[in-house]
Design a protein around this ligand. Sequence first.
Ligand SMILES: [Zn+2]
Length: 315
Amino acid sequence: MNKVILVYSDNFKRLDFGFGHPMRGDRYARALEEFEKINLLNDITIINPEIISDNIINLFHTSDYIVKVQEVSKTGQGSFGQEVPSNKGIYDIVLLSVSASVTAADYLLKNNSLYDVAINICGGWHHAFENTGRGFCIFNDIAVVVNYLLKKKNIKKVMVIDYDAHHGDGTQRAFYSNSEVYTISFHQDPLTFYPFKSGHEEEIGTGAGEGFNKNFPLSSMCNDNEFISKINQIPKLIDNFTPEVLVLQMGVDGSKQCTISNMQLTKDAYDYASKLLMDLQKEYNFKVLALGGGGFVHPMLGQNWGVQIKNFIRK
Ligand SMILES: [Zn+2]
């Protein structure tokens, strides 16, 4: 049985973009209710995030942008990006969310860490760029935590696998010329879906990072068979790169129940992908940092995250 830790705060509910917006604050607590129904919580350690300083956010985001988020947060007036509502107090909430991802990384990599997998369901904000928020994402916790691993934890090879329905464009951009970070994204074809401008197969990285970025655009009505046929390419990528840490963006908005995308996945697709990753974890002995990502209807969200977490524990 793997040792799994979940970083969680009741204050995640404050990440709420308001009535009519898909991003509602109850998604985390409702997911936890689903985890409880399948007795997941008995086998997981749950801890609170430890709040990080701006210096850690600054490992990816520019100082100017951090100040801008803080300023907008004071009044709720102004904007810090496309498709990102500006709420009063939002800075503390997104700081909490990134802190949870960094706390999860810390627990994974402590000396003699007991944990094989650490989870932050309020993470995976893959659209934010270094200097702007985008697509519901204000701080890109994936880019922050990967830089934290490289610069503060002496990790040399990180693989990011993202199977959220949307292309992980902010993460791709953050590490596009970096050979220490292999970014891989499975997503609905950007010709038909946000973020529209990136996520194509020919984007393979540049300079030293050439060959360390891979996109798998999926057809707009992608079913489990198509998804699984692409996911089956992961073992050879892991075998070639041999990551020390795998950061997984485990978004489930490709579910057919989540109409934000056109994709038609069932729980079986997420079950298959997470099982495959954990088989590889056992074989190659890397740590897994799992971050929530998209999924906006209930109880689908908790059920589809839950099936993955069940595989992370694997009795
Ligand atoms: Zn998404």
